[in-house]
Design a protein around this ligand. Sequence first.
Ligand code: ZN
Length: 147
Amino acid sequence: MNLTEHFTLDELTISQEAARFELDNSPGEPQIDALRTLCVKVLEPLRAHVKRPIIVSSGYRAKNVNARIGGAPSSQHCKGEAVDFIIPGMSTANVVALIRALDLPFDQVIDEFSRWVHVSHSEDGQQRGEVLLALHRDGAVRYRKVV
Ligand SMILES: [Zn+2]
């Protein structure tokens, strides 16, 4: 099932962890709606600009899948409001800069350890427009607010 022209429900619900532990990672209607909004408002415009594929590593996560990988209990991934991805050939810093330059309506963008980018779009209410950098410091994960 296609959510939008270039994004399928399958790729937005992919989870190696769910597959490994035979967990159900199927979203309900509200989560599917949120994923579609995220594609329409953020991923499709971004893809249209860079003219190359966006590779999703994690979109929707069922609560037990999210807990197993150590995600925050309040993670927007559980609502279908967040996606982790890379764009081959682009640094995460450049992807974050581009999302900001295009003025896309994001709630939160996180450059995660210079390895992948997390972006969210809130279904209800205001987008915070918050930009964070995730770093490892002294064996712990730290988030530095950029904007
Ligand atoms: Zn994420």
